[in-house]
Each structure stands twice: as C-alpha cells, then as structure tokens.
Design a protein around this ligand. Structure first.
Ligand SMILES: [Zn+2]
Length: 446
C-alpha cells in the first residue's frame, strides 16, 4: 500500500489539474447551467480512470454512476455518494478570482464547488487512478453514485435508489461531503435527523375589519393562531402534539459514550449565537442536537406589518414551521398527528406539508463501519471523531432505509472551505489527504 500513497504524493500536481478541469465546468442545479456537460465530463474522467461508468437518467438531472467489480468473490462492496452540481456563484463581486476559473492562493484551491462537492468526489476517482497507475489491485468492489441535484433538494435521489436497489447493492455507503470540525478534526457522522416542513393557515372572517368596530367581536386571526400554537408546546418547551414523541428512543450508553468524545465550549456557543446565557451542559446540548425532535416556528404572518399603525382586526394568519425528527419517527406519520391536533384545536385551519426527509441512524460498532474508521485513522491519525449527526438533515435514509445498509457521513474539506459562499476553497494539504483517505478505504475494505 505504501507505493500507492507514494504515487499519490508524487503525482499530486497532475491530480490537482484534473480537479481543476472539473471545477472549471459550471454545473448549477438551481439554473441548470452546465449540468449535463458536467455529468459528461465527470463520466469521461471516471471512464479514463478505469471505472465502468454510465450516465443514468432520473426524473431530473442525471446520476453519474460508476462501478469497479472486484475479482474476489467474497470481497466487500463500498458505495461512494457525492454530487457534481454546485450552488450559484453570486454575488460575483465578492470573489477574489472568478468562480469557474480555479486559482491557487496561499495553499488553497479557490473555485465554486471545489469543496462542495467536486474536490471531495474527485478524491475517490484519483485514489482509483493511483491504484491503476501503480498496477495495484483494488481488493473490494466499488460503486459510485454522483447526483446532480443535491443543491436543489436531491428530489430524484430516493426514487433513483428505489428503482436501482439491485444495481446499488453494497455493504456500506459513504457520503463524503461537508466541512471538518475545527482543528482539522474529521468527524464521522453516524446519522442525521429528518425534517418535516409545513404551514398552518387560518381565516377567521371575510376581511380585515376596523379594530374599533370588530375588535373582540369578530374573531382575530392573530390571537386564534397564537392560541393554537400555545397548544403545541408547553412553557418548558415540551411538544404536546399527541403521539409526537412516540418511538423516540432513550439515548443508549453508546450514544452517551460518543457524546463524551465530542468537543463542547459553552462560551463559544453563547458568543456564536449572541445569547445572554447558554443553560445546557454538554450532554444536554448533544442530546437536543442529535437525539431529540424539535418543533420550530420559522415565521409568522398576520395583519399589518408596514410603517406606523393600521388599526385593523386581521382575518388571516399563517405560520411556517419545521420539525426535526429523530430515528423511528416517520415524517408522514408526524404530519398526520399534526393535522389531527390542529383539527381538534382549530377545526377551520388548513395544514399544508411543503417537504420532508426521513431520519437515519447507523451503528458505528458494525465491523464494516469500524473498518472505515480505522482506515481514516491511518490517514488522519488521532484527529478522527465519531458524531451522532450535525443536527441538520441529509438524505442518508436512502442508504439506511431503502438499501438497508449502514451509511457514514465523512467530511474531507477544511472547516473554513466556505461552501455556498464566495471564495469557496479547499486546502491543498487536506485535498491531498482526502485522496490518501479514499485510497486507504479502498485498500482496507477487503
Ligand atoms: Zn452544498
């Protein structure tokens, strides 16, 4: 294996220029600009690395799919997931070099999509190249799923995985994306929360009437909405919707062990959010972040919001909300429970679901997970940490729930890589490490 690592170091300049070629090609899923051209370019790069590659159509942007079959019958199969689409580069005036003209400055490569996610997915392809160029066998089977819609909600991913179950069969899925923790700590994510986005709308009268003539006589949509919201959470913040907490698992010893290994800086969190005090301790914080669901008001609309005053009694009110969901909570079931709750407390209100994603959780003690973590430890030494998730929601359930395999989230990019922002960048030392990491995973996944 040493010679593969040495080869990566010796040829990193060439490898970097291949990464440059990929980021030079725009692939903005929000507008569609360059998406298909990028899929073709990526497919060509994979083919010339010796990967059997196809562009597979979905209802939306195509998936670039690749396979390396293993010569060994009993070999393991690892699936790498990533995305070749990028965020729009605007505002252009804040970029120090043009977003689709890769530029190296201060040991970093700057370009839109370099960290999120083209540089990261190229790490696997370059690792494969290093095996090929040194005439070394890859001991496992490898599959690659690179989608073109991640930055637009991954709408086609679940149906794609559903329709290609057999083709995608594997022992583990690795979603390599996102930034590391501070201090170049690579946090391997064992899951993520799901999410349900919804809106509640109320109409209490035909029009906003004069508050002197209709106030306290005609029902006020604002007060009615507040009354309804008050039935959903108590003073302590506990969610009161019937059945909402059903199936929420109590944290296991293993969960608490993982939490114990994570960093926690109360002052830092206090300053980050600009709050006068931060009451949670480490266990409380990570339990809320990873192991408990939430019910959050995203925005409320009602009555007059303009300058000065307008003395009306509003007839309409609406609230946009989201619920972050933990494993064993089904977003559709939760939506039904919310509907029932609203019907009981405000029969005329309307609930609309705007979107949802299932939660996912993987057992880090599975041998195949341990293999990946130990491969990463060989490259990042003592800077690998396990985490239960980042609080947000990713489509990892397509691997854990649809394919039924463990899934790990692995971030290769520097913490300050500025994904989605101007001057997105990838530190060259970490990009090089990423190629070593993917190579080590391929080697160890026997
Ligand atoms: Zn992104």
């Amino acid at each position: 294996m040493e010679h593969v690592h040495r080869h990566i170091d010796e040829h990193f300049k060439d490898y970097l220029s291949a990464v440059g070629d990929l980021v030079r090609q725009p692939s903005i899923s929000a507008t569609g600009e360059g998406v298909r051209e990028c899929a073709r370019l990526l497919a060509d790069m994979m083919t010339s690395a010796g990967i059997r590659t196809e562009i597979l159509e979905t209802g939306g942007n195509p998936v670039v799919y690749g396979e390396i079959p293993s010569g060994r019958k009993d070999g393991k199969t690892v699936l790498f997931y990533g995305h070749y689409d990028v965020q729009p580069p605007e505002p252009l005036e804040l970029w120090e070099s043009r977003p689709f003209e890769p530029a190296v400055r201060d040991g970093r490569l700057y370009a839109r999509g370099i960290a999120d996610n083209k540089g990261q997915l190229m790490a696997h392809i370059l690792a494969v190249r290093a095996f090929r160029e040194t005439g070394t066998d890859i001991p496992c089977s490898v599959k690659f799923v690179f989608e073109g819609e991640e930055e637009s909600g991954s709408t086609s991913l679940a149906p794609f995985v559903e329709q290609n179950r057999e083709r995608l069969a594997c022992d583990i899925a690795l979603a390599v994306d996102g930034p590391m923790l501070s201090g170049d700590v690579l946090n391997v994510c064992l899951g993520c929360r799901g999410v349900l986005n919804f809106e509640i709308e109320m109409e209490t009268a035909r029009f906003d009437c004069h508050s002197g003539r209709g106030g306290d006589i005609i029902p006020n949509a604002g007060w009615e909405l507040l009354r309804l919201l008050r039935t959903m959470k108590d003073e302590q913040g506990s969610i009161l919707i019937e059945g909402f907490m059903d199936g929420v698992r109590t944290p296991t010893e293993k969960d608490m062990e993982i939490i114990a290994g994570l960093p926690f800086d109360r002052e830092n969190l206090k300053n980050l959010y600009g709050v006068p005090s931060f009451g949670l301790d480490k266990n409380g914080y990570y339990t809320k972040l990873n192991l408990l669901p939430t019910l959050t008001i995203n925005g409320i609309t009602c009555g007059y919001q303009g300058k000065g005053s307008k003395t009306i009694n509003p007839a309409k009110a609406s609230v946009k909300m989201d619920a972050r969901l933990v494993v064993d909570q089904n977003p559709l079931d939760i939506a039904e429970k919310i509907r029932r709750h609203v019907a009981r407390h405000a029969p005329d209100a309307r609930v609309t679901v705007h979107g949802f994603m299932h939660p996912s959780k993987t057992d880090g003690d599975l041998p195949v997970c341990r293999t990946v973590v130990s491969a990463l430890e060989k490259v990042y030494t003592d800077k690998v940490a396990l985490s239960l998730g980042l609080g947000g929601s990713l489509p990892s359930y397509v691997w854990t729930d649809i394919l039924g395999v463990p899934a790990l989230g692995i971030p290769y990019a520097n913490q300050d890589s500025g994904g989605h922002a101007p001057n997105e960048n990838f530190r060259l030392d970490l990009l090089q490490k990423a190629v070593h990491a993917s190579a080590q995973i391929l080697h160890d996944m026997k």
